[in-house]
Ligand binder design. Structure first.
Ligand SMILES: O=P(O)(O)OC[C@@H](O)[C@@H](O)c1c[nH]c2ccccc12
Length: 278
């Protein structure tokens, strides 16, 4: 479901604010050599894609999200300590972490990436609204191994150039879609990682049926599993049943924020979601 044409959505507002932020970054071009040099200076890159390869049976790989607040839920965790949460996620068995860095709408910070990186060994995704090459450089400088590209906010040529630049530099890219048209645009990039967002960023409605629908479409469009991107089911996953549902649909990995961040017993909550306890 999309918002009626002409109605301003929160996503429009977020993108507008992001453009203002980007306009304040120093004017410069960013080449693949710049990104490689920044990665080299930083030290190692952790293999985000590789960490998501889970055995075909059993629970999907978990990308656990470090998230204080969101425009749809408000403040999720008032006593937010990103480093403590990240350490608990790691001990609980997460394969990778996602760190929100958007400040105005998610109360995230780039600084959290750096602090989390120093505290855990897991690969890190920078979760933000990326529109410009300079944000790729920023992501590397602050410690990301992977970046999110949201198809809904990027015209195809820009999506393609950001994707190729990041991949050539050695970053993993999670390409996020929400409907069939976006899925086809994403597949034109030959991505290794495809995210299906169950939340419509325009209306905030959540429907796990989105993963089921788009996973079926993906299997039609890429019948050969060896050529298919890894499928990440994103958002709105709250229970063991939800995990089983998206797993049965074909998800290789799940991205979970809110239902973990709301829990007072994080390790227990992870075990419960992943089916590792009664
Ligand atoms: O908190 P949830 O419902 O478990 O969702 C996590 C993650 O999927 C969500 O934060 C997200 C998915 N895509 C995004 C794009 C921008 C901001 C946030 C997101």
């Amino acid at each position: 479901m999309t918002a009626p044409a002409g109605v301003r959505t929160v996503l429009d507002t977020i993108v507008e604010r992001k453009r203002e932020e980007i306009a304040r970054l120093p004017a410069r071009t960013v080449t693949v050599e710049d990104l490689r040099a920044a990665l080299k200076q930083r030290g190692s890159t952790r293999d985000f894609c590789g960490a998501l390869l889970s055995p075909p049976v059993g629970p999907p790989a978990l990308i656990a999200e470090v998230k204080k607040a969101s425009p749809s839920a408000g403040v999720i965790r008032p006593d937010f300590d990103p480093v403590a949460v990240a350490r608990t996620y790691e001990m609980g068995g997460a394969a990778c972490l996602s760190v929100l860095t958007d400040e105005p709408f998610f109360q995230g910070h780039l600084e959290y990436l750096r602090r989390v990186r120093a505290a855990v060994r897991l690969p890190l995704l920078r979760k933000d609204f990326i529109l410009d090459e300079r944000q790729l450089l920023e992501s590397v400088e602050w410690g990301a191994d992977a970046v999110l590209l949201i198809v809904a906010i990027l015209p195809q040529p820009r999506l393609q150039s950001l994707h190729d630049l990041a991949v050539r530099a050695g970053l993993s890219v999670l390409v996020e879609v929400h409907d069939e048209t976006e899925l086809e645009r994403a597949l034109a990039l030959k991505p290794r990682l495809l995210g299906v967002n169950n939340r419509d960023l325009r209306t905030f409605q959540v429907d796990l049926g989105t993963t089921e629908r788009l996973a079926r479409r993906l299997q039609q469009l890429c019948p050969d599993p060896r050529r298919r991107p890894l499928l990440v089911a994103e958002s709105g996953i709250h229970s063991r049943q939800d995990v089983e549902r998206v797993r049965a649909a074909g998800a290789d990995a799940i991205l979970v924020g809110e239902s973990l961040m709301r829990s007072a017993d994080l390790p227990g909550r992870i075990r419960e979601l992943m089916g590792l306890s009664g």
